[in-house]
Ligand binder design. Structure first.
Ligand SMILES: Nc1ncnc2c1ncn2[C@@H]1O[C@H](COP(=O)(O)OP(=O)(O)OP(=O)(O)O)[C@@H](O)[C@H]1O
Length: 231
């Protein structure tokens, strides 16, 4: 049987009367790049926070890389939260040095290659960066890590459409080895679609459709079309 990178059964999280996740079922095999798609408030960030052990489910079972989420699994996950900000005084160069010292699996050479590809000046400080430049720095700090699981929550927000396409091209190239499992939530579906070999559609705290991108495309059309039909 295929090993799961992520397994969820009946996962439920409630805030007052509101369900962030409502009996969520999910199986993500290892080694694939997965688009986690759905409208605002469908539970994508809540799911990611649970996979990284930042919040606990009220009910249900979660396994990440075969273990319950927590400090043991977190060494093996590179997580980019939504609305992430970086230390303002750090240059790109200093940020990468910080990465080498504190982030398990961080590869400086890969980070520098990605920075050059994404046109990020090594001497630029986070405080002087545009939103898009800071988003690139945050993204590089995650994807330059050799860890089995990468979780990116809205990594392209604030990045203009031309740069976005370039970054996505770089990501496709970077992730083509198939050794890592990558989960990406995004509303930029049109540009990001070529990245995904699996897709998970969420609504109201549940997975409403999931599977291999090619099979879903063959059956329903592009991811964009599926989203338009579904919501
Ligand atoms: N800490 C919290 N307190 C109260 N409600 C919360 C909390 N976290 C999430 N929720 C609620 O749970 C639901 C799911 O939120 P979540 O942020 O997971 O959605 P999302 O799919 O990531 O949305 P978006 O696409 O806008 O980022 C929303 O209705 C949200 O208001």
């Amino acid at each position: 049987m295929t090993t799961a990178a992520v397994f969820c059964r009946g996962v439920t999280k409630q805030y007052g009367q509101k369900y962030a996740l409502n009996g969520l079922e999910l199986f993500i095999p290892q080694g694939c790049t997965v688009g986690v798609l759905g409208p605002n408030g469908s539970g994508k960030s809540s799911l990611f926070r649970m996979l990284t052990g930042l919040t606990r489910a009220d009910r249900g079972k979660i396994e990440v890389l075969g273990k319950a989420p927590g400090w043991r699994t977190n060494k093996e996950i590179a997580y980019l939260p939504d609305r992430a900000r970086w230390y303002p005084d750090y240059t790109v160069n200093e940020s990468f040095r910080w990465g080498e010292n504190f982030l398990p699996g961080f590869e400086r050479e890969t980070a520098e290659r990605l920075a050059s590809f994404m046109k990020l000046d090594m001497d630029m400080r986070a405080v002087g960066m545009s939103r898009g430049q800071e988003a690139r720095l945050m993204l590089i700090l995650c994807i330059a890590r050799q860890v089995p699981l990468i979780i990116l929550d809205e990594p392209f927000s604030g990045i203009d459409v031309i740069s976005r396409e370039k970054i996505i091209e770089g990501l496709i190239e970077h992730m083509s080895t198939g050794e890592q499992t990558v989960l990406i939530s995004t509303h930029e579906i049109y540009e990001a679609e070529p990245l995904f070999d699996h897709v998970v559609f969420m609504n109201e705290g549940q997975v409403i459709l999931a599977g291999e991108a090619d099979k879903l495309r063959g059956k329903y059309g592009s991811m964009h079309t599926i989203l338009q039909k579904m919501y």
